[in-house]
Design a binder for this molecule. Structure first.
Ligand code: PMP
Length: 437
């Protein structure tokens, strides 16, 4: 049963049929295929501020925000103007430009956790490079990651936990040599014993521990500061580098991301999404000493034809400049807190098995009664049926969430009070329908 008539998807459906003949599954990135929600993907025609329009002319308030990059909303004038100014002088030179200095300076002057940075073209590339750097610096091969954290699709990281407290990873994709996965150790989040055991078992072999300090790719698995501090300490004791993958949390929780939020200094940081203002950019950074292991000064090789691309740098400069405005994060985070808590109050008053977890301007809807979910294993997979219904009801009411219950939502500075009020009402009505059956 649905509460409201389904939106018209004729043009999107037509485009999807065509797309399926061109691309595997009709898409260029899997989650876009709407596999775990109702219907087929909406083809987007336009975005402006907090709004999206699809090919059939449906209008939505967007809480996916391109999966995080659009912290200023769609088509922000400052970002657009900077891109348009730069793009008139050519689009790529494969040689240094002043724009790279400009973006680096904006970041490094305002982030005490890194002294040098290298720009790449995606989050995957940033993390892959950071791992190589850690291995190069420590001259060790193994890395340790956490079940439920996503770090892009490079071979060593598409690995999930097997059974047991500490496991050699099992590949989570075909096409990854077993020998690669064997270099990746996987443990549960929020489990100190598992970490201790891993460090004991693989003494002096672990180059890096990598974590999303705010795990946001498998629900929002908020960690406690004490646990992250424990992680910092155990890495230091073992000569292992700690990598914070801040592709989502970087410039999102605050200018200094999760490192600044928790005041914990990792050895290497990775960024993506927001740093590029919606164009393809990623970055990794560390102390000057660690970064100088990178080619051409050091022996760790990493390169890119389009790295530091001027148009992408321009978008980054346009966006990052706005984030440095006084009160930017305070306003955005307050707005999100108010939104999340008001939905929570509604659900609690109705006795719905529903929690809104949130931090900064990130939120996640979980169909649970648990006060906190800190590990992937604690998510009830069967609750995703409820998300599927919620997603459909919300689309029908003009609210666009990412098409998976494991994905988080993002609020941008373009979301107005009116947008949020309208969204809350749509969520209340939709929850009433979801919980009716
Ligand atoms: N790390 C994290 C924490 C991410 O969230 C993502 C993407 N969602 C990546 C790495 C990979 O980034 P990209 O999709 O830009 O390759």
């Amino acid at each position: 049963t649905t509460g409201k008539a389904d939106i018209v998807r004729e043009k999107s459906a037509e485009l999807y049929e065509k797309a399926k003949t061109y691309f595997p599954g009709g898409v260029n990135s899997p989650v876009r295929a709407f596999k775990s929600v109702y219907g087929s993907p909406l083809f987007i025609e336009k975005g402006d501020g907090s709004y999206l329009w699809d090919a059939d002319g449906n209008q939505f308030i967007d809480y996916c925000c391109s999966w995080g990059p659009l912290i200023l909303g769609h088509n922000n004038a400052k970002v657009r103007e900077k891109v348009l100014e730069v793009i008139q002088h050519g689009m790529s030179f494969g040689a240094p430009t002043a724009l790279e200095n400009e973006l680096a300076e904006l970041i490094l002057k305002n982030n005490k956790y890194i002294q040098k940075i290298r720009f790449v073209s995606s989050g995957t590339e940033a993390v892959m490079s950071a791992i190589r750097l850690a291995r190069g610096v420590t001259k060790r091969d193994k890395i340790l990651k956490f079940e439920g954290c996503y770090h892009g699709h490079s071979d060593s990281l598409l690995v999930k936990a097997g059974s047991g407290l500490v496991t050699f990873g099992e590949t989570s994709s075909a096409g990854i040599p077993k020998a690669f996965a064997e270099q990746t150790i996987v443990v549960s989040l929020n489990d100190r014993e598992a970490l201790k055991e891993a460090f004991a078992e693989f003494k002096d072999q672990i180059a890096a521990v990598i974590i999303e300090p705010v795990p946001a790719n498998n629900g929002l698995l908020l960690q406690e500061k004490e646990y992250l501090q424990f992680l910092r300490d155990i890495c230091t004791e073992n000569g292992t580098l700690l990598i914070f993958d801040e592709v989502i949390s970087g410039f999102r929780l605050g200018f200094e991301g999760a490192a600044g939020y928790y005041q914990i200094k990792p050895d290497i940081l990775t960024y993506g999404k927001i740093i590029g203002g919606g164009l393809p950019v990623g970055a990794y950074g560390a102390s000057a000493e660690i970064m100088d292991h990178i080619s051409p000064v050091g022996s760790v090789y990493q390169a890119g034809t389009l790295s530091g691309n001027p148009v992408a740098m321009a978008a980054g400069i346009g966006q990052i400049t706005e984030l440095l405005r006084m009160g930017f994060y305070r306003d955005l985070n307050n707005k999100t807190e108010e939104f999340a808590e008001s939905i929570q109050r509604f659900a609690t008053a109705r006795n719905y098995k529903f929690k809104v977890f949130h931090i900064g301007s990130i939120f996640w809807f979980a169909f649970t009664n648990q006060a906190a979910i800190r590990k992937a294993e604690e998510i009830d997979g069967s609750s995703m049926e409820k998300f599927k219904k919620l997603h459909r009801e919300l689309l029908n009411r003009g609210i666009y969430l990412g098409p998976s219950g494991y994905e988080v939502g993002f609020i941008s500075s373009a979301h107005t009070k009116t947008d949020l009020e309208r969204t809350k009402r749509a969520i209340f009505d939709s929850l009433d329908i979801v919980f009716k059956d």
